[in-house]
Structure formats: structure tokens, C-alpha cells
Design a protein around this ligand. Structure first.
Ligand code: GLC
Length: 395
């Protein structure tokens, strides 16, 4: 099936990077602080990322266990990280003097990393965007032509691309953007590409933002994108970092519900990823190397009940992720299957199991959590996970 890799991958890296990293207050700075074009454009003449090394980015993503990356090729501010025939506000034509997207693509390809492009349809530099297609049909048509031309550049200048991640269609409709036509063109050049739902059309996958919300249709792909602190673009003063355990919990929760977790980093103006992000990604990687089996290729599954964690599954194997280690014994209930065997995933050490109807007891566990982040107990079941009803009187 087309794009099957996506539902195996489960974990990807989102990268928000552009000239807004210089003021370092997030990627909405131009809009929120109402910065005039002439003043904002000066940033492009300062943006010269001397320590930009996309191979390092890819290496870090791989170390964390991520299987794909999505880079903001152009955000709402209109600055293109790529060379473009239809814009002068680009990395290639200002201080950086290079096509930063090309280098990113080469780094990904060289290391077998799946390649994603984020692209914002809206561009704050255009009056026509704000006026819209009714008020200024001619201006809008020209603006839209520019957007389509850039998408075409992204789909023709860089070889095979795996994901096209639109954003910023609001407040206009897919008809206004001619999204159907645009996506047909994209697929002509990139027959295997996966397209998200933010051109206003459903396409291949949904994109809940900052929340884990499974698709209502169990067969529809979805991906939660989330920041590690409170900002997408680099924000120097934002210290509200999520804990490693929280990040792993989020990843496991997405995997449990059959979705992906696209975790964001906001590199600095010089091209380096902030240290708090690097540290977290390395820690996640340490956990993933031992427990990745419980994440990759997970299938959306019914949930056993637990006070200490959650369960991911693949076929007849279930993985109980324990975030709050209870001591020598752990319990799950509502288990409609027979549990045939259990072990600690990281060490393969056998765990003894007792079962009383739908209640399962893991016994003789170590007193202290084997992994302070998330200790995974792997179970073989007599079938796919089946849950016994919970709303009933227990005499
Ligand atoms: C929102 C924001 C944008 C960010 C995106 C990521 O749409 O406008 O800044 O890139 O979410 O999902």
C-alpha cells in the first residue's frame, strides 16, 4: 500500500526554522508584533547559519528513533529556505546565499531518512492574502499562482519527497486555493507522496496539533504534532520543557491509538538545535533502542485497564507501558484474552503471570522500576487484544 512506511514509522521530527529564529520569540513574531515588511526583511540579511549541518540533524533524529523529518520550507512569514524563481525573500538570494532545503534533502537521502516538506499556503507579505478572493479576485489569483508555483518547485527540484505538510489555509476554502488542482499536480510529480489535511482537503492523514486525538475513522491515518516546550520556532526564553517521560508517554499514547508523533525542534539562527531538545532526544533514543518494538508498527487496539500505564499492541502481542512502577506486583484488568507468557521487553527477562478471569497479575517484579521512564512488559496473548466490559458491578 502507498505510504505504508508512515504507519510503521510512528515517530518523526518536525523542524521550525527560519529568520524568526533571530528575534527568538517564536515564528509568529512578525504578525503578533505587527512588524512592517521592510523591518522584517532585514532579518534575512542577517540570517547566515554558519553551523547549519543537516547531517547532524538527521543523525540526532535517527538516534532518537525517528523515521521521518518535516522541515518548514516556508512558514507564514514568507521567507523561503529554498531557492525560488517566484520570490526574492529566500535563503538563496539573501545572506545565507544557499539553498538550505537542498542540503537538508541531501542529508536525509544520504542517511535513508524519509523527507517531509512543511509549506504554508498563506504568506503575510501579500495584501491579497488578507483581502481574499472576493474582495480582490485579481490580486488573489496572482497570489495563488505564486503559491502553486512554489509547491511545484518543491515537487520538481529535489527528487523524491515523502511527505507534503501544508499549513495556513485559513480563513479561505480549498476552492479558493484550488487545492484539488494543486494536489493533483503534486501527485503527478510525486506519485508516492503523502499529503496532510491542511490544504483543506482530507488527503492522506489528519494533523491534530498539541493534542492526541485519534481519527474517528479507525482506518484513517493521523499524526499528532507537538512542541517540546511552548513554541515551534526558537524561543530563547521559553523554558517550559516537557519531561522525557511525558514525551515517551505521548509517543506511546499515539502508538496505542494508531497514530504518529511528530515532535518539534526549533533550531537557533546558527543552525544548531537547542541543548534541552538535544538532551531529550538522546534520552528518548536510549529508551527507544531497548523498547522501540512496542512502538513501531503498532496497531490501534482496545485498552486493558491499568492504574499505572497504557498498552500498545501488534497482532497477538501486547506491550504494557508502566510509567508509575507499583513495586513487586503489577495488575491489569479487563483482559479478555488468555495471557500465555510475559517478559520485560528491555532485558527479555521472564515475568511470572497469574490470571483470574479478566484480571492479570505480574509477579516477582523488581522493587524498583527497571526503567525510570517507562518499563515495558511484553505479553503474548491467545489472540488480538480483547477487552472485557468495565461498566458492571463487581460483587
Ligand atoms: C499552526 C501555526 C504554526 C505551526 C503549526 C504547526 O498552524 O500557525 O505556526 O507551524 O501550527 O502545526
Amino acid at each position: 500500500m502507498r505510504g505504508e512506511w508512515f504507519s510503521q514509522a510512528r515517530f518523526g521530527m518536525f523542524i521550525h526554522w527560519g529568520v524568526y529564529s533571530i528575534p527568538a520569540r517564536g515564528e509568529w513574531v512578525r504578525y503578533v508584533e505587527r512588524i512592517p515588511a521592510s523591518e522584517y526583511e532585514r532579518l534575512a540579511w542577517k540570517f547566515n547559519p554558519r553551523r547549519y549541518d543537516p547531517e547532524e540533524w538527521v543523525g540526532l533524529a535517527q538516534e532518537a528513533g525517528m523515521k521521518y523529518m518535516v522541515l518548514t520550507t516556508r512558514h507564514h512569514d514568507g521567507y523561503s529556505l529554498f531557492d525560488s524563481q517566484v520570490s526574492d525573500f529566500t535563503a538563496a538570494k539573501t545572506a545565507a546565499r544557499r539553498d538550505l532545503v537542498e542540503e537538508y534533502v541531501e542529508a536525509c537521502r544520504g542517511k535513508g531518512m524519509r523527507i517531509g516538506f512543511y509549506y504554508s499556503l498563506l504568506d503575510w507579505r501579500y495584501r491579497a492574502y488578507f483581502d481574499g478572493p472576493q474582495k480582490d479576485p485579481e490580486g488573489w489569483a496572482k497570489f495563488r499562482e505564486y503559491v502553486h508555483a512554489q509547491v511545484r518547485e518543491l515537487c520538481t527540484n529535489y527528487g523524491k519527497i515523502d511527505v507534503l505538510w501544508y499549513d495556513g489555509a485559513w480563513p479561505w476554502t480549498p476552492e479558493d486555493w484550488k487545492s484539488a488542482e494543486l494536489n493533483a499536480m503534486v501527485r503527478r510529480f510525486q506519485p508516492d507522496i503523502l499529503i496532510n489535511n491542511r490544504s483543506g482537503l482530507p488527503e492522506d492523514f489528519g494533523t491534530p496539533e498539541q493534542k492526541i486525538e485519534p481519527s474517528s475513522d479507525v482506518n484513517r491515518w493521523w499524526e499528532t504534532c507537538m512542541t517540546m516546550n511552548d513554541n515551534w520556532g526558537y524561543s530563547a526564553a521559553d523554558r517550559n520543557w516537557k519531561s522525557v517521560q511525558q514525551l515517551v508517554m505521548n509517543l506511546a499514547q499515539c502508538a496505542r491509538d494508531g497514530g504518529n508523533y511528530l515532535l518539534n525542534v526549533g533550531p537557533k539562527p546558527n543552525g544548531t538545535i537547542p541543548l534541552p531538545s538535544v538532551r531529550r532526544l538522546r534520552e528518548i533514543g536510549r529508551w527507544m533502542r531497548l523498547n522501540g518494538e512496542s512502538i513501531y508498527g503498532s496497531e490501534r487496539c482496545q485498552q486493558f485497564s491499568s492504574m499505572v500505564g497504557l498498552t500498545t499492541a501488534k497482532s497477538t502481542t501486547a506491550y504494557h507501558h508502566v510509567f508509575r512502577w507499583p513495586g513487586k506486583e503489577a495488575t491489569i484488568s479487563g483482559v479478555g484474552n488468555k495471557v500465555l507468557s510475559a517478559q520485560l521487553l528491555a532485558t527479555r527477562k521472564k515475568v511470572s503471570v497469574e490470571q483470574e478471569e479478566d484480571r492479570v497479575f505480574f509477579k516477582d517484579l523488581p522493587r524498583k522500576a527497571p526503567d525510570p521512564i517507562d518499563s515495558v512488559i511484553k505479553m503474548e496473548l491467545d489472540g488480538k487484544p480483547e477487552v472485557a466490559p468495565s461498566f458492571r458491578h463487581i460483587p
